[in-house]
Design a protein around this ligand. Structure first.
Ligand code: FMN
Length: 330
């Protein structure tokens, strides 16, 4: 079966790869990922706050506001210490590069177009094959318009592109008012791929302790639905490849993402639950299904269930919405 895929300028044997997670910090895991056939290894993100702290000796962004919200200090306490600092991050890229043959995708996470972005060059020099930029921004300022937020994110992309020659993927959240337009503009700003989506961290509230519970739940296959919609919507409206991130647990999930238009398929929760070997199981599932249905390649399948030929995606969405509501039986 021809599963060959070109993603971010990388020629991959197939599209399945480990997404950004702590798995990339553990050399045993990294080797297991390669043995399980991960087409590339995505490193966990290095955060802007970690870099600025090293540059300016402060965690100013994380600490801002903590004085007016007393309990906040404990959330901010040395969070950057929980992760590899910038130098160790570069060391880890070099180690992973030396240990595996597959491409290594480094990851930066930040929200301001400032000096910390110079670090992208050091990531390139450390040997990463590509860079994923996770734009994880929670718009919470009533005076800040959507346009201002988008312009700032675009500035980040342009700055990184001017610093490095590495292929650049931009990992987005689904919370944009006009996502198709924004992705189109990102493409114009030089993004070489988009990753759909970041899973926004959603803390719970502990009503007895009156505290915010900073817990992280792994995804389920239902997480994929939101991605399928936007992959299908964006396919053929943009020229750059898209990777899916969120809710791929089985071969069927990966096939759906491909039919909606995904070129790269990233997995994290399923690997944390079942181990890196799940990557191989998913690939074998995909191949089995494709053989049974007489496909010859993934290229042949990609985008077959996108909204490419739909003259009016909005009307299509609204009519399906009305149909499922009307068809509900308890
Ligand atoms: C424990 C954990 C750590 C993660 N760390 C990162 C990270 O450092 N950078 C990033 O962009 N995404 C990170 N993610 C998000 C994943 O890359 C991915 O986008 C998300 O988990 C959805 O994919 P999934 O459904 O396959 O888990 C992390 C996810 C988990 C569960």
């Amino acid at each position: 079966m021809n599963m060959k895929t070109s993603y971010l300028g990388l020629q991959l044997e197939h599209p399945l790869m480990a997404g950004a997670s702590p798995l990339g910090n553990d050399m045993d895991m990294v080797r297991r990922l390669e043995d399980a056939g991960s087409a590339a290894i995505t490193m966990p993100s290095l955060f802007e706050e970690q870099i600025t702290r090293e540059q300016f000796g402060t965690l100013y962004d994380l600490e801002a506001g903590s004085e007016s919200f007393a309990e906040a200090t404990s959330y901010f306490a040395n969070v950057a210490d929980l992760r590899l600092g910038p130098d160790l991050y570069l060391d880890q890229i070099r180690k992973v590069k030396a240990a595996v043959k597959v491409p290594v995708i480094a990851s930066l996470n930040g929200v301001t177009a400032s000096g910390w972005l110079d670090f992208a060059r050091q990531i390139q020099e450390a040997g990463a094959d590509a860079l994923e930029l996770n734009l994880y921004y929670l718009a919470s300022n009533p005076l800040e318009t959507a346009d201002t937020v988008e312009k700032r994110l675009l500035d980040i992309v342009r700055t990184v592109k001017s610093n490095v020659t590495l292929p650049l993927a931009v990992k987005l959240s689904p919370f944009f008012t006009s996502l198709v337009h924004f992705v189109k503009v990102l493409e114009g700003a030089g993004a070489d791929a988009v990753v759909l989506f970041n899973r926004f961290y959603q803390p719970d509230l502990d009503i007895e302790a009156l505290e915010v519970e900073p817990s992280l739940n792994l995804s389920t296959p239902s997480t994929l639905r939101l991605r399928l919609r936007w992959l299908a919507m964006l396919h053929s409206q943009i020229a750059i490849p898209m990777a899916v991130s969120g809710g791929v647990h089985s071969g069927a999930d990966a096939l759906k993402a491909t039919m909606a238009g995904a070129t790269g398929i990233q997995m994290v929760s399923a690997l944390l639950k079942h181990g890196p070997e799940q990557l191989k199981a998913v690939r074998l599932d995909m191949v089995r299904w494709m053989e049974e249905h007489e496909y010859e390649s993934l290229d042949q399948m990609r985008g077959s269930l996108s909204l490419t030929k739909c003259p009016n995606p909005q009307a299509f969405e609204r009519s399906n919405y009305m149909r499922v509501l009307a068809g509900w039986r308890a």
